[in-house]
Design a protein around this ligand. Structure first.
Ligand code: AMP
Ligand code: GLY
Length: 419
């Protein structure tokens, strides 16, 4: 099978590594990719958000399967253009990707499908925002209605900060605060059949102890030793299948990766958000534990044959990934710092997923974005996997770089409790 992967982040590096390891894949092409992905795939330039350009590339390389990683190309309709060429494509249509592209659309689908989520109101004026803040009380949750790369949400007790965020966004969704540990559950679906992957937990705040502003994600781990044993079954029954049925009913079936972001509250799991693609950096840990070949799974979802796919196989143990971010991230990431160390060259780089990296004019590896790379460790349990991830990260040097030292720590120490 010849596979074309679209994207250039840490998630795509993890996807590329898994796709390249699938014996059914004899050629892997990534566009535009990054220096880490170049180790496992042939890179081609492309504007990932240009549907016709991606479709033309898929035809040119005679792809049997196109896998679209990030949300922006999905929302732009890249999968529609690829499918119009008769090529199998993993990822929702542009119309279905609105489940991630618009928070108010997602709320509307959830309401119609009876999916448990935070009560919310969409606000278009400062007066509406002020009234909604008063109605829900603290902590205030204010979300940009459109795509914001994981940084459009402010959760704060500070009313002035909540109002200021709303003012900077235009249309916002103000919602009830959900108290409880968060879960990222990825579900592979062909629109009808749906297969959950292992639940993972992400760390959204930039600093130790869940402090500082939200980011795209500073680390993740899987599995979740503290999760209720029936959590995945419950989410499939109460969230995933009703949502897929509602999307089919609307004539815009959702096929691809449904990312369910949840809080496990005292009243049960509640949806915080849907995404239309794999999460980053959760993908790094989930795929590190997946033994089933990835290309076959994604091809089955892309071709409507997921019901015939064998059950997934997982390796025992746990995985932890830690993101190394550049100086200034998330407010204003500095780029152009030279990255050195044993863990980014030769055989040492297994477990490193490049995200914001590039080669400069002299061929040195430099930082080129906010989240620069992530280091993933696997082990017998979370403590082992943490050790492996932090040991790997110790082999990378990035001037001004910062990372959280407490990824998966509370879970490893058994300190996560359900409300
Ligand atoms: P989102 O982009 O919707 O996933 O929001 C980013 C982060 O903000 C989430 O991962 C949560 O940590 C937090 N958040 C969003 N909505 C809520 C909510 N209703 N209650 C509590 N925390 C929330
Ligand atoms: N890690 C959160 C996300 O991918 O949206």
């Amino acid at each position: 099978m010849r596979v074309l992967l679209i994207g250039s982040g840490g998630r795509e590096h993890a996807l590329a590594s898994s796709l390249a390891a699938d014996p059914a894949v004899d050629q892997l092409i990534a566009a535009p990719g990054n220096p880490g992905i170049a180790e496992v795939a042939e890179l081609r330039p492309v504007t990932a958000t240009d549907p016709q350009a991606v479709a033309a590339l898929a035809v040119e390389v005679a792809a049997d399967l196109v896998v679209v990683g990030p949300e922006a190309p999905l929302v732009a309709g890249v999968t529609d253009a690829v499918r119009a060429k008769g090529i199998a494509c993993f990822g929702p249509s542009g119309a279905a990707a609105v489940l991630e592209g618009s928070k108010s659309f997602a709320k509307d689908v959830m309401a119609a499908a009876g999916v448990p989520t935070a009560r919310a109101v969409t606000c278009r004026s400062a007066d509406e925002v002020a009234a909604a803040l008063d109605a829900f009380g603290t902590p205030y949750v204010v979300k940009n209605d459109g795509l914001a790369a994981g940084k459009g949400v402010v959760v704060t007790d500070d009313r002035a900060a909540a109002l200021a965020h709303a003012d900077s966004c235009g249309q916002v969704v103000v919602e009830e605060y959900l108290a409880g540990p968060e879960v990222s559950l990825f579900v592979v679906t062909d629109g009808t059949a749906a297969v959950p992957l292992l639940p993972a937990q992400d760390f959204k705040r930039v600093s130790v102890g869940d402090t500082g502003p939200n980011t795209g994600g500073m680390g993740a781990y899987a599995p979740l030793p503290w999760a209720p044993p029936d959590l995945v079954d419950q989410v499939m029954a109460e969230v995933v299948h009703p949502t897929l049925a509602e999307m089919r009913h609307r004539g815009t079936p959702f096929a691809g990766l449904l990312y369910v972001g949840l809080a496990v509250t005292a009243a049960g799991p509640r949806v915080i958000e849907f995404n239309a693609r794999f999460g980053d950096p959760e993908t790094q840990v989930v795929l590190a534990l997946l033994e089933t070949p990835l290309a076959g799974l994604l091809h089955a979802a892309a071709t409507g044959t997921l019901a015939d796919h064998p059950p997934l196989r997982w390796r025992d143990g746990a995985a932890v990934t830690v993101v190394l971010a550049s100086a200034g991230y998330p407010a204003a990431a500095r780029t152009g710092d030279v990255i050195t160390g044993d863990a980014i060259s030769g055989a040492g780089q297994a477990g490193i997923s490049h995200a914001g990296t590039a080669h400069d004019a002299t061929g040195q590896l430099v930082s080129a974005g906010g989240r620069v790379l992530s280091a993933t460790g696997v082990g017998a349990d979370l403590a082992d996997a943490r050790d492996a991830a932090y040991r790997l990260l110790a082999g990378v040097d990035l001037p001004g770089g910062h990372f959280r030292t407490d990824i998966a720590l509370a879970a490893a120490e058994g300190r996560i409790t359900l409300p």
